[in-house]
Design a protein around this ligand. Structure first.
Ligand SMILES: [Zn+2]
Ligand SMILES: [Zn+2]
Length: 757
């Protein structure tokens, strides 16, 4: 009888985000613990493992492998096959196969981990208070990568040569900094400097300090903290760009910042020193709290507490505050030492993209910041903070990008590029079943954003080895993203209707084949008939769609100007409803009636604008979506009424003219704006539910998609979702991508892939 345990050898293929995340040393340790021989290596498909030894130990290896994986690893597929035992007793990490490009070479930037935090605040540690501490489980990734393979020479850490101690950690598979590419210490790594005047004298809107001599401060962090406490505005170089910081409760500093940034109303983001401090600012549900403390560290929008200790100018009149927690070691040092909440807003002048290149930042922010806290680790890719609200992601950028999404079915047979929309632009590259959606590029309206768009596409192409043969673009001929696409040579084009892209993005994200009924409500999208769509009821799947309903078309008086001036839409809707507008609006009323320079639109966003203007909430806007945001904020929660709204025909037309008449009557009767706002939201939610239920039944589907920027309204989204679910429909909403135009590129990619398949 054989007393030796039965030997077994297996091969394990692991696919997913498994490179550059400490996966090989993890496998090495696990195999060692279970006394298994074999090897692990990185190749173009991910990680390949062979283990051999006691059969029961091999089983335990397979069982534990996914569950104890390092935090940044994402295992998408683990395939196990049997091999002939070869008598291997030792386990080795085999060098990478040269020239291979993995599917997921770069992970998103990750917030400082607990182990690093302990060292950061441990006086005995050699990295005590070192602002660039990181390890295999945390630190900058996407924002420092210049090329592939993801290896130190191809990151912005290339200029820093590791000291012997750091090198030893980097090379030791048993060390938690094994192959941590940004590994550094005070001896060999990046360092901080404070530039500007050490004395944050008078904080005034007109007289910022413009001297850029280095401050002779022994400790730039302490000097910065002292300046902040004294009321200064400091530009702070972070992970994906510069922030502008000041004490959140200091009205004088915040008001000065607002004046210098020329940012009239848009709320400033906050960074709280702790979860408890965040709790004093906003009401957080358990899901929001998880997001707040998670690795991605987005800005979390949540209902503001009435007694939130922030200056009035932080978010004038806003019912929500945007709060995040420190995510870099520098943030931890600053917030720990300041001990209170800071304004941490993207460092830019109104409407420009966030500054991320040092010389450019110094130049552009000279008139805004009193001081600059900078460092010498370059930022390769400008990456804004991500923004989430409840389960909706409003801006998917730092901390999420460049994680891959799947394309449905067999994916795309040819590599493709999708160029996205004009506002809140992202682009998307895809190969096989994987799609990489870019960081938030922003509004393609100036040279800076256009340049980050074109450079971003080239960068992603190199990182993920995608040479597009097919290019998807919006139907709108004037979008800069469309023009960019059509200028490309030697590629095949797929034009994708804007609202179909919204529908397809949501279906593809959920792996739902459809057909589904989509209620796609947003501001503007080029329609198949060349008019401006935006209140659409579409029946379709990722391949094709049919417009089965829409909002009643109305004039957009003066075209684009009507977007900036909601009162023009109020005027247009009054005219359409047979109501004489106020005398002051007569000219625009004539314009709307004439149809001159007044293209018809079915935009739901513009209807929200019209109501905001009629209710006296907002006549002109300073940022996109402002009227709708304030209309929602105004809602009186105790109001339970709604307005009449008509619906008829095939395709179905949602006709709000009775709604407009009723709103006008309420305004004339002196009803408070909050009552009107709430009644209107309830009206649109009910119309959405009735229209979707009727059309879904008529076309034999039970799947409904809600998407488009209008659904950024939590009130509308939640009430429609709840009511549709209550009538037995399955409701899908975007979760991994924004409901707004940030999700368009992925939708275009899904449509193009389906049309090629
Ligand atoms: Zn760490
Ligand atoms: Zn070092």
């Amino acid at each position: 009888m054989n007393l030796v345990a039965r030997a077994r050898r297996i091969r394990v293929r692991v696919i997913g985000t498994v490179q550059g995340v400490g996966f090989r040393p993890y496998v090495y340790r696990l195999a060692g613990e279970l006394s298994l021989g074999g090897f692990v290596l990185n190749d173009a498909h991910g990680v390949l493992i062979e283990v051999e030894g006691d059969a029961a130990a091999v089983d335990r290896f397979v069982a534990r492998l996914p569950y104890e994986a390092p935090p940044l690893a994402v295992l998408e597929q683990v395939v196990v096959s049997d091999q002939a035992p070869s008598g291997a007793e030792s386990f080795t990490i085999v060098a990478s196969v040269a020239g291979s490009v993995p599917d997921a070479p770069v992970t998103p930037d990750s917030a400082t981990c607990d182990d690093c935090l302990r060292e950061l605040f441990d006086p005995a540690d050699r990295r005590f208070r070192y602002p660039f501490i990181n390890c295999t489980n945390c630190g900058p990734r996407f924002t420092i990568v210049r090329g592939v393979p993801y290896d130190r020479p191809l990151t912005t850490m290339a200029a820093f040569t590791m000291c012997p101690e750091c090198r030893a950690e980097y090379e030791d598979p048993g060390d938690r900094r094994f192959h941590a590419q940004p590994n550094a210490c005070p001896v060999c790594g990046p360092s901080l400097s404070l530039i500007g005047s050490p004395a944050p004298a008078a904080v005034s809107a007109t007289d910022p300090v413009s001297d850029t001599d280095p401050v002779s401060a022994a400790d730039p962090v302490s000097a910065t903290v002292a300046a902040l406490r004294a009321g200064a505005i400091v530009a702070i170089k972070g992970i994906g760009g510069y922030h502008l910081a000041c004490l959140a409760r200091d009205e004088r500093a915040v008001a000065a910042l607002r004046a210098r940034k020329h940012r009239e109303d848009k709320p400033f983001a906050l960074m709280a020193p702790s979860g408890a401090a965040a709790d004093s600012l906003v009401s957080l549900g358990s899901f929001a709290r998880e997001l707040l403390t998670g690795r991605a560290r987005p800005i979390v929008l949540a209902p503001r507490r009435p007694d939130a200790p922030v200056a009035e100018s932080v978010a004038p009149g806003a019912p929500e505050l945007g709060v995040m927690l420190p995510y870099s070691p520098l943030h931890h040092l600053l917030l720990n030492d300041v001990g209170e909440t800071l304004v941490m807003t993207s460092a830019n002048v109104s409407d420009e993209p966030i500054a991320f290149v040092d010389e450019d930042a110094l130049e552009r922010l000279r008139g805004i910041a009193d001081l600059f806290l900078v460092h010498d680790r370059p930022i390769q890719t400008r990456t804004d903070d991500s923004v989430v609200r409840a389960r909706t992601i409003l801006r998917r950028s730092r901390g999420y990008v460049p994680a891959a999404l799947s394309l449905p079915g067999a994916g795309t047979p040819r590599p493709l590029l999708a160029c996205g929309a004009e506002l809140k632009n992202t682009f998307c590259l895809a190969r096989g079943t994987r799609a990489w959606v870019s960081h938030h590029i922003g509004d393609l309206e100036n040279y800076e954003t256009l340049r980050s768009f074109t450079e971003g596409i080239e960068h992603f192409g190199r990182l993920f080895a995608v040479e597009p043969e097919v290019v998807a673009h919006d139907l709108h001929p004037e979008y800069l993203s469309t023009k960019y696409a059509l200028d490309l040579d030697g590629v095949e084009f797929v034009a994708v209707q804007h609202h179909h892209a919204h529908l397809a993005a949501c279906l593809a994200e959920h792996g739902e084949p459809g057909p589904a009924l989509g209620a796609i409500f947003d501001g503007t999208g080029y329609g198949l008939d060349g008019t401006i769509w935006g209140g659409e009821l579409l029946l379709g799947d990722v391949r094709s769609f049919r417009r089965v309903g829409s909002l009643l078309p109305v004039a957009l008086p003066g075209g684009a100007r009507a977007i900036k001036q909601p009162w023009r839409m109020a005027c247009a809707w009054l005219v359409a409803s047979g109501i004489e507008p106020p005398a002051a609006w007569r000219q625009i009323a004539e314009l709307a009636r004439s149809g001159l320079a007044s293209p018809p639109t079915t935009s739901m966003g513009r209807l929200f604008d019209a109501i905001a203007a009629l209710a006296g909430i907002r006549a002109e806007i300073n940022y996109e979506g402002q009227a709708a945001v304030e209309l929602e904020a105004a809602c009186d929660p105790h109001e339970h009424g709604a307005y009449p709204i008509a619906m008829s025909g095939e395709p179905l037309v949602i006709d709000p003219r009775e709604t407009i008449s009723a709103v006008a009557a309420d305004v004339a009767g002196g009803e408070p704006a909050g009552v009107i706002a709430r009644r209107f939201h309830r009206t649109i939610a009910r119309a959405t539910v009735d229209a979707c239920a009727a059309l879904a039944a008529a076309h034999g589907t039970d799947v409904v998609v809600l998407s488009g920027g209008v659904f950024q309204s939590r009130l509308l989204l939640e009430s429609a979702l709840e009511a549709l679910t209550a009538v037995g429909l399955r409701v899908l909403v975007p979760e991994r991508l924004p409901v707004n135009d940030g999700g368009i590129a992925y939708g275009q990619a899904a449509v193009a892939a389906a049309s090629l398949a």
